[in-house]
Design a binder for this molecule. Structure first.
Ligand SMILES: C[S@@+](CC[C@H](N)C(=O)[O-])C[C@H]1O[C@@H](n2cnc3c(N)ncnc32)[C@H](O)[C@@H]1O
Length: 204
């Protein structure tokens, strides 16, 4: 990995993902997590402060990028619950079948290269009765915005670490073997529409 991916990109992602509209989205889903929790693509650890410590038995934070893990170090070290790093991609979750109560996925499904394998892995580790909580951005419902997304996506992927703005989040979850039980959508305020159409809810 070059200097851009190791140092500049983690800083940019930390800033962008720390925006007020995204923070509000985190507040809608992360406090619902309970028990043995797996967060996929933990990034700079921006979700850590939104977990309810009373509900967390243990949190595994899976994050393949060394630069992102470095950015998260302080938040990880000061977490008020047991937190273990998994230095691997979502396509290779090293946990047992049916071992996790909650999977948390925020602004990561847009970036995972082999999202199909990764979702199957999440499904595999999720206990019966467990939940996958998500807040993800993706394909917009309006034709004009979708056309802009299609035009911007190739360049956006290069500068934003492989993030796609065109992914159909509920469609991906279903193809990955998950059933979407609750979903809301909106354009996030103060965010360019091409990057700001957000889906949140839970699947199992
Ligand atoms: C836009 S950031 C979001 C970070 C964090 N989830 C958040 O809400 O702030 C996308 C994250 O996905 C991670 N990522 C990239 N490829 C991945 C993969 N194959 N499996 C899991 N995470 C991945 C990136 O390193 C990055 O930290």
């Amino acid at each position: 990995m070059g200097f851009y991916h190791e140092h500049i990109l983690p800083h940019m992602i930390n800033l962008a993902c720390g925006s007020k509209p995204i923070t509000r989205q985190r507040q809608k889903v992360v406090p619902e997590a309970e028990g043995r929790i797996l967060e996929i693509g933990m990034g700079s650890g921006l979700n850590i402060q939104h977990y309810d410590p009373q509900k967390v038995e243990k949190l595994w934070g899976l994050e393949p990028s060394h630069g992102m893990r470095a950015k998260a170090r302080h938040r990880v070290e000061t977490a008020p619950f047991e937190l273990e790093w998994l230095d691997l991609p979502g396509e290779e979750i090293p946990l047992d079948n049916n071992s996790v109560d909650t999977v948390v996925l925020t602004y990561t499904l847009c970036t995972i290269p082999d999202w199909h394998t990764a979702l199957q892995q999440m499904r595999r580790v999720l206990k019966p009765g467990g939940k996958l909580l998500f807040s993800e951005h993706g394909k917009a419902p309006d034709e004009a915005v979708r056309r802009r997304q299609d035009r911007i996506n190739p360049l956006w992927m290069k500068i934003a670490g492989g993030c796609h703005v065109t992914r159909d989040i509920p469609g991906l979850l279903a193809e990955g073997g998950l059933e979407v039980r609750q979903i809301d959508t909106m354009y996030m305020p103060s965010t360019p529409k091409f990057a700001g159409f957000t889906y949140w809810g839970y699947a199992d």
